[in-house]
Design a protein around this ligand. Structure first.
Ligand code: AMP
Ligand code: MN
Ligand code: MN
Ligand code: MN
Length: 284
Protein backbone atom coordinates (compact mmCIF):
# COMPACT_ATOMS: atom_id res chain seq x y z
CA UNK A 1 0.00 0.00 0.00
CA UNK A 2 1.16 3.48 -0.77
CA UNK A 3 -0.81 6.64 -0.08
CA UNK A 4 -0.52 10.06 -1.71
CA UNK A 5 -3.21 12.24 -0.15
CA UNK A 6 -2.44 15.67 -1.65
CA UNK A 7 -2.09 16.69 -5.31
CA UNK A 8 -3.54 19.12 -7.86
CA UNK A 9 -5.24 18.76 -11.25
CA UNK A 10 -5.69 21.35 -14.00
CA UNK A 11 -9.00 22.38 -12.39
CA UNK A 12 -6.83 24.39 -9.96
CA UNK A 13 -3.12 25.12 -10.44
CA UNK A 14 -1.96 21.65 -11.46
CA UNK A 15 -0.70 21.31 -15.02
CA UNK A 16 -2.37 18.00 -15.80
CA UNK A 17 -5.83 16.48 -16.17
CA UNK A 18 -7.01 13.83 -13.67
CA UNK A 19 -6.31 10.97 -16.11
CA UNK A 20 -2.62 11.91 -16.04
CA UNK A 21 -2.52 12.00 -12.21
CA UNK A 22 -4.16 8.58 -12.05
CA UNK A 23 -1.75 7.02 -14.54
CA UNK A 24 1.25 8.62 -12.83
CA UNK A 25 0.08 7.33 -9.43
CA UNK A 26 -0.25 3.78 -10.78
CA UNK A 27 3.17 4.00 -12.48
CA UNK A 28 4.65 5.03 -9.10
CA UNK A 29 2.89 2.17 -7.24
CA UNK A 30 0.51 4.43 -5.35
CA UNK A 31 -2.58 2.49 -4.23
CA UNK A 32 -4.58 5.39 -2.69
CA UNK A 33 -4.63 8.83 -4.32
CA UNK A 34 -6.50 11.93 -3.12
CA UNK A 35 -6.83 14.79 -5.60
CA UNK A 36 -7.08 17.96 -3.52
CA UNK A 37 -7.57 21.00 -5.73
CA UNK A 38 -7.50 24.51 -4.27
CA UNK A 39 -11.07 25.38 -3.19
CA UNK A 40 -12.59 23.23 -5.93
CA UNK A 41 -14.04 19.71 -6.37
CA UNK A 42 -14.78 19.89 -10.10
CA UNK A 43 -12.50 16.90 -10.74
CA UNK A 44 -15.03 14.65 -8.94
CA UNK A 45 -18.05 15.99 -10.82
CA UNK A 46 -17.21 14.51 -14.19
CA UNK A 47 -16.65 10.97 -15.38
CA UNK A 48 -13.10 9.75 -14.97
CA UNK A 49 -11.93 6.20 -15.41
CA UNK A 50 -10.12 4.77 -12.39
CA UNK A 51 -8.37 1.41 -12.91
CA UNK A 52 -9.13 -1.22 -10.28
CA UNK A 53 -5.67 -1.12 -8.72
CA UNK A 54 -6.14 2.50 -7.55
CA UNK A 55 -8.48 3.91 -4.91
CA UNK A 56 -9.34 7.52 -5.74
CA UNK A 57 -10.28 9.59 -2.69
CA UNK A 58 -12.33 12.78 -3.05
CA UNK A 59 -10.48 15.70 -1.51
CA UNK A 60 -10.02 19.47 -1.49
CA UNK A 61 -7.47 22.00 -0.18
CA UNK A 62 -9.14 25.03 1.39
CA UNK A 63 -7.25 28.31 1.88
CA UNK A 64 -8.27 29.98 5.13
CA UNK A 65 -7.01 32.41 7.77
CA UNK A 66 -5.98 31.88 11.35
CA UNK A 67 -4.71 34.84 13.41
CA UNK A 68 -4.01 36.80 10.24
CA UNK A 69 -1.95 33.98 8.70
CA UNK A 70 -2.98 32.01 5.61
CA UNK A 71 -3.33 28.30 6.38
CA UNK A 72 -4.22 25.48 3.98
CA UNK A 73 -6.55 22.76 5.21
CA UNK A 74 -6.94 19.54 3.22
CA UNK A 75 -10.28 17.72 3.43
CA UNK A 76 -10.17 13.97 2.71
CA UNK A 77 -13.05 11.60 2.01
CA UNK A 78 -15.55 14.42 1.50
CA UNK A 79 -19.00 14.17 -0.03
CA UNK A 80 -18.44 16.59 -2.90
CA UNK A 81 -22.17 17.38 -3.12
CA UNK A 82 -22.51 18.36 0.57
CA UNK A 83 -24.40 21.61 1.05
CA UNK A 84 -22.23 23.62 3.45
CA UNK A 85 -19.02 22.63 1.66
CA UNK A 86 -20.50 23.61 -1.71
CA UNK A 87 -21.60 26.98 -0.32
CA UNK A 88 -18.16 27.73 1.16
CA UNK A 89 -16.33 26.68 -2.02
CA UNK A 90 -18.64 28.94 -4.06
CA UNK A 91 -17.67 31.90 -1.86
CA UNK A 92 -13.96 31.01 -2.12
CA UNK A 93 -14.28 30.81 -5.92
CA UNK A 94 -15.88 34.25 -5.99
CA UNK A 95 -13.01 35.66 -3.89
CA UNK A 96 -10.48 34.05 -6.23
CA UNK A 97 -12.18 35.55 -9.32
CA UNK A 98 -12.37 39.00 -7.73
CA UNK A 99 -8.73 38.88 -6.70
CA UNK A 100 -7.61 37.75 -10.18
CA UNK A 101 -9.72 40.50 -11.78
CA UNK A 102 -8.14 43.14 -9.52
CA UNK A 103 -4.67 41.84 -10.40
CA UNK A 104 -5.54 41.84 -14.13
CA UNK A 105 -6.72 45.46 -13.92
CA UNK A 106 -3.62 46.50 -12.04
CA UNK A 107 -1.39 44.75 -14.61
CA UNK A 108 -3.28 46.43 -17.47
CA UNK A 109 -2.64 49.83 -15.86
CA UNK A 110 1.09 49.63 -16.60
CA UNK A 111 1.34 47.06 -19.47
CA UNK A 112 -0.80 46.01 -22.43
CA UNK A 113 -1.09 42.42 -21.16
CA UNK A 114 -4.53 40.80 -21.28
CA UNK A 115 -4.47 38.52 -18.24
CA UNK A 116 -8.26 38.16 -18.10
CA UNK A 117 -8.43 36.56 -21.60
CA UNK A 118 -5.55 34.23 -20.70
CA UNK A 119 -7.39 33.06 -17.55
CA UNK A 120 -10.58 32.54 -19.60
CA UNK A 121 -8.68 30.24 -21.97
CA UNK A 122 -7.59 27.81 -19.20
CA UNK A 123 -9.45 24.69 -18.01
CA UNK A 124 -9.14 25.84 -14.39
CA UNK A 125 -12.11 26.58 -12.14
CA UNK A 126 -9.90 28.00 -9.36
CA UNK A 127 -7.90 31.02 -10.44
CA UNK A 128 -4.63 31.04 -8.53
CA UNK A 129 -1.55 33.22 -8.34
CA UNK A 130 0.26 30.29 -9.94
CA UNK A 131 -1.70 30.86 -13.19
CA UNK A 132 -0.76 34.53 -13.10
CA UNK A 133 2.90 33.58 -12.58
CA UNK A 134 2.68 31.30 -15.66
CA UNK A 135 1.24 34.19 -17.67
CA UNK A 136 3.99 36.60 -16.57
CA UNK A 137 6.65 34.07 -17.58
CA UNK A 138 4.90 33.38 -20.92
CA UNK A 139 4.82 37.11 -21.69
CA UNK A 140 8.48 37.51 -20.75
CA UNK A 141 7.77 39.81 -17.80
CA UNK A 142 9.54 37.34 -15.48
CA UNK A 143 12.30 34.79 -16.00
CA UNK A 144 10.56 32.07 -14.03
CA UNK A 145 7.79 31.29 -11.56
CA UNK A 146 9.88 32.15 -8.54
CA UNK A 147 10.78 35.60 -9.96
CA UNK A 148 7.15 36.25 -10.87
CA UNK A 149 6.12 35.55 -7.27
CA UNK A 150 8.89 37.71 -5.89
CA UNK A 151 8.34 40.74 -8.12
CA UNK A 152 4.58 40.63 -8.69
CA UNK A 153 2.65 38.18 -6.53
CA UNK A 154 4.13 37.98 -3.04
CA UNK A 155 2.99 40.32 -0.27
CA UNK A 156 5.40 43.02 -1.45
CA UNK A 157 4.74 42.34 -5.16
CA UNK A 158 3.41 44.93 -7.62
CA UNK A 159 0.14 43.09 -8.23
CA UNK A 160 -0.43 41.79 -4.72
CA UNK A 161 -3.97 41.91 -3.54
CA UNK A 162 -5.01 40.16 -0.33
CA UNK A 163 -7.46 37.31 -0.71
CA UNK A 164 -10.64 37.12 1.27
CA UNK A 165 -10.48 33.57 2.61
CA UNK A 166 -12.84 31.96 5.11
CA UNK A 167 -11.57 31.41 8.65
CA UNK A 168 -10.03 28.18 9.98
CA UNK A 169 -13.18 27.14 11.86
CA UNK A 170 -15.34 27.50 8.74
CA UNK A 171 -12.91 25.45 6.64
CA UNK A 172 -12.90 22.65 9.23
CA UNK A 173 -16.66 22.63 9.78
CA UNK A 174 -17.40 22.54 6.05
CA UNK A 175 -15.09 19.51 5.69
CA UNK A 176 -16.58 17.77 8.75
CA UNK A 177 -20.14 18.44 7.64
CA UNK A 178 -19.25 16.78 4.32
CA UNK A 179 -18.17 13.65 6.24
CA UNK A 180 -14.48 14.34 5.58
CA UNK A 181 -11.32 14.45 7.69
CA UNK A 182 -9.60 17.85 8.09
CA UNK A 183 -5.80 17.92 7.77
CA UNK A 184 -3.34 20.84 8.22
CA UNK A 185 -1.41 20.95 4.93
CA UNK A 186 2.40 21.30 4.82
CA UNK A 187 2.77 22.72 8.38
CA UNK A 188 6.49 23.49 8.03
CA UNK A 189 5.78 26.03 5.27
CA UNK A 190 4.17 28.55 7.62
CA UNK A 191 6.54 31.07 9.22
CA UNK A 192 5.83 29.76 12.72
CA UNK A 193 7.85 29.13 15.86
CA UNK A 194 7.17 25.79 17.53
CA UNK A 195 5.00 27.58 20.10
CA UNK A 196 2.88 29.15 17.37
CA UNK A 197 2.56 25.85 15.49
CA UNK A 198 1.33 24.15 18.66
CA UNK A 199 -1.11 27.00 19.20
CA UNK A 200 -2.44 26.52 15.64
CA UNK A 201 -2.76 22.77 16.20
CA UNK A 202 -4.56 23.33 19.47
CA UNK A 203 -7.12 25.69 17.86
CA UNK A 204 -7.36 23.33 14.86
CA UNK A 205 -8.16 20.36 17.08
CA UNK A 206 -10.59 22.35 19.20
CA UNK A 207 -12.49 23.28 16.02
CA UNK A 208 -12.77 19.62 14.95
CA UNK A 209 -9.57 19.17 12.92
CA UNK A 210 -8.11 15.66 12.97
CA UNK A 211 -4.69 15.39 11.33
CA UNK A 212 -1.54 17.09 10.06
CA UNK A 213 0.73 16.24 7.16
CA UNK A 214 4.01 14.87 8.48
CA UNK A 215 5.41 13.56 5.18
CA UNK A 216 5.63 15.52 1.93
CA UNK A 217 8.06 16.60 -0.75
CA UNK A 218 11.12 18.63 0.28
CA UNK A 219 10.74 17.95 4.00
CA UNK A 220 14.14 17.40 5.57
CA UNK A 221 14.51 14.70 8.27
CA UNK A 222 14.82 17.20 11.12
CA UNK A 223 11.69 19.12 10.12
CA UNK A 224 9.87 15.81 9.66
CA UNK A 225 10.84 14.66 13.15
CA UNK A 226 9.57 17.95 14.61
CA UNK A 227 6.22 17.51 12.87
CA UNK A 228 5.93 13.88 14.00
CA UNK A 229 6.62 14.99 17.58
CA UNK A 230 4.05 17.80 17.35
CA UNK A 231 1.55 15.31 15.90
CA UNK A 232 2.09 12.89 18.80
CA UNK A 233 2.07 15.67 21.39
CA UNK A 234 -1.26 17.02 20.13
CA UNK A 235 -2.70 13.53 19.66
CA UNK A 236 -3.54 14.11 16.00
CA UNK A 237 -3.52 11.70 13.07
CA UNK A 238 -0.68 11.86 10.51
CA UNK A 239 -1.23 12.29 6.77
CA UNK A 240 1.10 12.35 3.77
CA UNK A 241 1.06 13.73 0.25
CA UNK A 242 3.32 15.01 -2.49
CA UNK A 243 1.47 18.30 -3.25
CA UNK A 244 2.22 17.40 -6.86
CA UNK A 245 1.43 20.15 -9.40
CA UNK A 246 3.44 19.38 -12.52
CA UNK A 247 5.75 16.80 -14.03
CA UNK A 248 8.07 19.71 -14.85
CA UNK A 249 8.82 20.19 -11.14
CA UNK A 250 11.38 17.45 -10.84
CA UNK A 251 11.63 17.78 -7.05
CA UNK A 252 8.09 16.52 -6.55
CA UNK A 253 6.37 13.52 -8.06
CA UNK A 254 3.27 11.56 -7.11
CA UNK A 255 4.09 9.14 -4.30
CA UNK A 256 7.70 10.36 -4.04
CA UNK A 257 8.27 11.49 -0.46
CA UNK A 258 9.40 9.86 2.74
CA UNK A 259 6.46 7.85 3.98
CA UNK A 260 5.74 6.56 7.45
CA UNK A 261 5.19 2.99 8.55
CA UNK A 262 1.82 1.71 7.34
CA UNK A 263 1.24 0.15 10.73
CA UNK A 264 1.62 3.37 12.76
CA UNK A 265 -1.38 3.71 15.05
CA UNK A 266 -1.98 7.37 14.27
CA UNK A 267 -1.83 7.02 10.45
CA UNK A 268 -4.82 8.78 8.95
CA UNK A 269 -6.20 5.55 7.50
CA UNK A 270 -6.82 4.43 11.10
CA UNK A 271 -9.13 7.40 11.69
CA UNK A 272 -12.70 6.26 12.52
CA UNK A 273 -14.11 8.26 9.58
CA UNK A 274 -11.69 6.75 7.03
CA UNK A 275 -13.94 4.59 4.87
CA UNK A 276 -11.64 3.48 2.07
CA UNK A 277 -10.19 0.00 1.88
CA UNK A 278 -6.84 -0.47 3.60
CA UNK A 279 -5.88 -3.29 1.30
CA UNK A 280 -4.92 -2.99 -2.29
CA UNK A 281 -6.92 -5.43 -4.49
CA UNK A 282 -3.79 -7.54 -5.01
CA UNK A 283 -3.49 -8.06 -1.24
CA UNK A 284 -7.10 -9.14 -0.65
P1 AMP B 1 -3.14 31.16 -4.42
O1 AMP B 1 -3.81 30.05 -3.67
O2 AMP B 1 -3.96 31.67 -5.54
O3 AMP B 1 -2.61 32.25 -3.54
O4 AMP B 1 -1.91 30.52 -5.17
C1 AMP B 1 -0.93 29.95 -4.43
C2 AMP B 1 -0.29 28.82 -5.23
O5 AMP B 1 0.86 29.32 -5.87
C3 AMP B 1 0.20 27.75 -4.27
O6 AMP B 1 -0.75 26.72 -4.18
C4 AMP B 1 1.47 27.27 -4.90
O7 AMP B 1 1.19 26.23 -5.81
C5 AMP B 1 1.99 28.46 -5.65
N1 AMP B 1 3.00 29.27 -4.92
C6 AMP B 1 2.82 29.96 -3.77
N2 AMP B 1 3.95 30.63 -3.42
C7 AMP B 1 4.85 30.38 -4.40
C8 AMP B 1 6.19 30.80 -4.64
N3 AMP B 1 6.84 31.61 -3.81
N4 AMP B 1 6.80 30.34 -5.76
C9 AMP B 1 6.16 29.53 -6.61
N5 AMP B 1 4.90 29.10 -6.44
C10 AMP B 1 4.24 29.51 -5.35
MN1 MN C 1 -0.91 25.18 -5.67
MN1 MN D 1 -1.02 24.42 -0.07
MN1 MN E 1 -1.45 21.83 -2.39
Amino acid sequence: MKFDLHCHSHFSDGNHPPEFLIQRAIANNVTHLAITDHDCVQVFKQPVEVPQELTLIPGVEISCTWNGQEIHVVGLGIDVEAQQLTAILDIQQKSRRERAATMAKRLASFTDYDLESYLESLPCISRTRSHIANFLVKEGASKNHQQAFKKYLSRKGKLYCPANWCDLETAISSINSAGGIAVVAHPSRYPFTRKKLLSLLSDFKQAGGAAIETAYSNLDPLARKKLEDACDEMDLYASCGSDFHSIENTWTDIGKFHSFAESKKNSIWNHPRWHFSHNSPQAV
